[in-house]
Design a protein around this ligand. Structure first.
Ligand code: AMP
Length: 423
């Protein structure tokens, strides 16, 4: 039954052991940073009722219209793999009655997410996000807090040259005025903008502002600005947010064209971009979503959060030469010569593991030279050599694989000797 070897599906990839060491480090940093701000971990399920995303992300968005992995299970339920985490976190908040807990409820998650996107460098169909949400509070001190988590996390990884883009897009009180002004601005030019923007002008006007197509850029540059339309209350919210960011030492650039194209996004929106800005280069983004809970059938519940793409963060760390953890290797390799020696090696190595060391036993029948090549290949720092003489005397030859010097150690002392030397 030999045929072509299977490949992982397009847009997915295997994270192999050396790479996984880096992932564990970055994910650990993410949750530790969030914990420093009082955020506990929440682990939502990988799939949900499809309608949670249809309503919580929104029909009319690319994510729902073109990218969602939606399927019917054997029981006939209409499900979808999560294309993002915020809707799940809000669902969990409502489902578990978390409104009765002290507010806001602060949670962080590491999630894999699925989007039928066009794969390329830094863009996958299964990718991973660090997701942070604070639900149940409108205070801009919370907006500043989530921005701080994202910034401190990235800065702590050693990433440099990043920029926080910041804007406020108002809410239901001032948005209609802004949309009317924006549509009036575009109306004389509909024949000069791209096809997408011609459509957006009717269906999703806010999105006009983040079109990447060249013909649309002059109209974006001269477009009205959300900040000039904010209600007095939203203006105060934004001014306070900036004061908090300033005292917390968080650098940001007001970016009037930054938007999120859904009605339930309110007030604060932000993004973090790396030095080479391009359409796919955003490392993380978020904002306030005071309208989301009602969109998925709950009571009015304000919230603010972000999602940061871990795949892109690790890509940027490699590009920038940030310090990465060393791949993990065993510290001891048991080089046994002969069947009897291998049995002894199995016993002694297990005892060394009980003493807390990472050890490996050489497998297969090998002569001395091949066995030592195996030892070098393992990456271990020390080899424990066991041949006939060693078995007879119940003493092992312990060889330093870097320096080369060798020492004889009684079997009974071996685990403690190795632990003292390497632990
Ligand atoms: P979003 O949920 O669309 O705001 O995305 C949040 C972050 O996830 C982005 O800033 C990216 O870093 C990352 N991201 C989005 N789409 C992809 C993708 N297809 N592949 C890898 N990372 C992605």
């Amino acid at each position: 039954l030999e045929g072509p070897v299977f490949q992982s599906p397009r847009g997915t990839r295997d994270i192999l052991p050396d790479e996984a060491t880096v992932w564990r480090f970055v994910e650990g940093r993410a949750l530790q940073t969030a914990a420093r701000y009082g955020y506990g971990e929440l682990r939502p399920p990988t799939f949900e009722d499809a309608s949670l995303f249809l309503r919580g992300v929104g029909e009319g968005t690319d994510i729902v219209d073109k990218e969602i992995y939606r399927f019917e299970d054997k029981g006939g339920s209409d499900l979808a793999l999560r294309p993002e985490a915020t809707a799940s976190v809000m669902r969990a908040y409502l489902q578990h009655g978390m409104a009765s807990l002290p507010q806001p409820v602060r949670v962080a998650s590491i999630v894999n997410v699925f989007r039928y996107d066009r794969p390329q460098a830094g863009r996958y169909r299964e990718f991973r996000q660090f997701n942070v949400e604070a639900i149940g509070d409108v205070d801009p001190v919370i907006d500043a807090e989530v921005i701080a988590i994202l910034w401190r996390f990235l800065d702590g990884l050693g990433l440099r040259g990043l920029t926080i883009l910041l804007n406020s897009i108002g809410d239901g009180d001032d948005r209609p005025n802004f949309i009317a002004a924006l549509q009036a601005h575009y109306r004389p030019h509909v024949d000069k903008v791209c096809g997408d923007c011609r459509r957006r002008a009717e269906t999703n006007p806010l999105r006009l502002l983040d079109c990447k197509n060249a013909p649309c850029q002059p109209f974006i540059a001269s477009a009205p600005r959300t900040l000039d339309f904010l209600s007095a209350e939203n203006e105060r919210h934004f001014a306070n947010l900036r004061r908090y960011l300033d005292v917390m030492g968080l650098p940001y650039e007001i970016t009037p064209t930054l938007v999120r194209g859904l009605d339930y996004y309110t007030r604060t929106v932000f993004e973090v971009v790396p030095p080479s800005v391009g359409s796919q280069s955003t490392i993380g983004g978020g904002g306030r979503y005071d309208g989301l809970a009602q969109q998925i059938g709950g009571k009015y519940t304000p919230g603010v959060g972000f999602a940061a793409g871990l795949d892109r963060i690790i890509l940027n760390m490699r590009e920038q030469g940030c310090a990465l953890p060393e791949p993990e290797r065993p510290s001891v390799f048991f080089a046994a010569l002969g069947d009897e020696a291998k049995v002894v090696a199995a016993d002694l190595s297990e005892r060394a593991r009980q003493a807390g060391l990472a050890t490996m036993v050489g497998s297969g029948d090998r002569g001395m030279r091949a066995r030592m090549r195996q030892a070098d290949g393992s990456g271990a720092t020390v080899a424990v050599i066991l041949g006939d003489d060693e078995i007879r005397d119940r003493r092992a030859a312990v060889k330093d694989l870097r320096g080369g010097d060798q020492q004889v150690v009684d079997f009974d002392d071996l685990a403690s000797h190795l632990a003292a030397r390497l632990g």
